[in-house]
Every structure is written in C-alpha cells, then in structure tokens.
Design a protein around this ligand. Sequence first.
Ligand code: HEM
Ligand code: HEM
Length: 290
Amino acid sequence: MATRPVGKAHRQNARHESFLRHGNYRYLKLASLMSLAAIVGYFMVDAQPRPNGGSLIGYTLGVIAALLIMWLALLGVRKRAISQGNWKLKGWTSAHVYLGLSLIIIATLHTGFQFGWNVHTLAYALMMAVIISGLFGIYYYVTIPEEMSQNRAESSQADMLGELADIDRQLEEVAQPLSQPFVGWIQSAVTKTKITGGLMTRLSGQVKRDATARALAKIREAISTAPSPLDEQLEDVASLLERKSVMLERARLHIRYKTLLELWLYFHVPLTFALLAALSAHIISVFFYW
Ligand code: HEM
Ligand code: HEM
C-alpha cells in the first residue's frame, strides 16, 4: 500500500501547491466560465463588417479585459500592504493566476484577431509577455520555495548567519594554541570567506576560491601527511570547517533561489507597467479615432 507522506515536509508541500487548488479550483472554474462566455458571445454576435474591438461584444470584452488587467496589477500593492508572507494571500494568488490566464481568450477575442504594427497590438503583445512571464513565476513558486524551505531546514536566513558567526567564534578559539601556518589558514577561513558575490555568483550558488574549502583542504592534508601531537586539535578544526562548509552551501543555495525569484519579478512587474502605459494609449487613441 502506498504510504501517505506525513509530517512537516508534506504540510509544506501542500501549502506551496495549494494556491493552484485553492477553494477546490474556484478561480479556475470562474476563469473557465468567463472564457466560455466570451467565446459564446463572440460567435453568437454577428459583428459587422467583421469582429473587432469596436463592436458591442468587442467593446464589452475590451472593458472586461482592461478591468481584469488593472485588478491583476493591484495584486502587488495589496500584497505589500497586507502581508510579508507570500502564502497568506493564497486566494488572491490563485485568482491572479487563473483570471490572468483567461485574458488570453478574453483579450484575444476583443481584438477580433486584427493585429498590426500599432499601439493596440503593442498593448496586446505586452499583455502576452506579462502572462508568459507569469507562467515562469508559477514554475518558480511551485518548485523553488518548496526546495528552499527544505533547504532551510527550519532556519531562516538570519539563523544561518548567526550559526556561521558562531562557528567562526569557535574556530578562533581552537586556533589559539596552534601556531603558523595553521593559524593563518584558520584566520583566512574566518575573515576571507565570502558567503556570496555578484549576480552570477548568486545564481550559481557557488563561490570560486572559497577560503573555508581551501583551509579545510590544507588542514586535512597536514593531518594525513605528518602525524603529530596536534592531530587531535586539528581534527576539531577540520570538523568545524566542515560544519562551516555545509552551512555555507545551504546559505548559498538559499540565496540562489531567492535571487531567481527576484529576477523573475524584474520581468513580471516592469512589463506590467509597460502594459498599463500601452493600454492607456490604446484606450485613449480609440476614443480619438473611433
Ligand atoms: C476599456 C477597454 C478597451 C476599450 C474601450 C477598447 C477599445 C477598442 C476599440 C474601439 C477597438 C477597435 C479599433 C479599430 O477598429 O480601429 C479595439 C481594438 C483592439 N484592442 Fe482594444 N479596447 C480595450 C481594451 C483592450 C485590451 C485590454 C487589449 C489588450 C491588451 C486591447 C487590444 C486591442 C487590439 C490588439 C485591437 C485591434 C487593433 C486593430 O484593429 O488594429 N484592447 N479596442
Ligand atoms: C496581464 C496580466 C497580469 C498582470 C498585470 C500581472 C501583474 C502582477 C503584479 C503587479 C504582481 C505583484 C508583483 C509584486 O510586486 O510582488 C504579480 C505577481 C504575480 N503574478 Fe502576475 N500578472 C498578470 C498575469 C499573471 C499570470 C497569467 C500568472 C501565472 C500564470 C501570474 C503569476 C504571478 C505570480 C506567481 C505572482 C506572485 C504572487 C505572489 O507573490 O503572491 N501573473 N503579477
């Protein structure tokens, strides 16, 4: 019999997935219904001379699409105003995703499939770009934070830094009775280790020429090549450096995921602003020329 996953990992899984399933797919149903109504409306109404944004159904769909876009854009404001945690606004995120996707149908039918090199099509293209970037966002939100919380293993970023500082203090203590070159290696692991660096380093999750890894390699080499009365102390140093390496790896992975999410927002949000600008231009221009 298959066993149900239990415990914290399962709960976290459920929490991360559930915005897509929120309220028994309430917003998927609503979005499907709206899209269906748009399709039925589009084919029932015999717009003359051909379907376009200016017919009654075209106009209705355009207004609905524009209201939806403004509402979707408000998510950011609302999110910042209400809560720090992403998942408190599960219902909103669920509605955001499904109603956002329904725009593909509603706004496309509004255009009557009339595209050209103009501000109207620019607004449409930007809308599609926001939606496509949204799909990438879903991928990240569903996969990454789950790994991130597993990776974090109960400890927040502040805890990780605290733990690293604690290991550094212990390293300085065990280094005291030792002489050169050991003290030098340990000092460099304490003072020269970089947790992360520029954008590429953050994204890679790895740091080149890591001072802790280098110190660990040197100490291990010293232990294995020349047995000495210091070996016991050096073993203590090595195990502290190993703990530090594990913590560093975790912190770097955490930073990597956070950076990926931030990078995604750099697309989704500015594209939204560009869309709002192009949409305003579209609406104003049709009122002048239509
Ligand atoms: C208040 C909302 C809206 C109004 C009043 C509106 C109005 C119109 C009108 C009157 C037309 C026909 C223009 C013509 O035949 O020359 C049109 C076409 C079009 N609309 Fe909208 N619209 C709205 C929202 C939107 C939205 C949200 C999008 C997509 C993001 C959009 C994209 C387009 C496109 C691509 C066309 C076809 C342009 C063409 O014929 O070359 N509109 N709209
Ligand atoms: C034209 C349609 C859309 C607009 C204008 C829009 C706009 C926005 C804005 C302004 C935010 C807030 C970002 C922030 O500052 O935290 C946001 C978040 C988000 N959007 Fe969209 N979006 C649209 C469509 C979509 C679609 C179709 C998807 C998914 C398929 C999507 C997925 C997301 C996700 C996952 C978030 C983060 C939610 C959270 O942190 O709770 N968006 N969107």
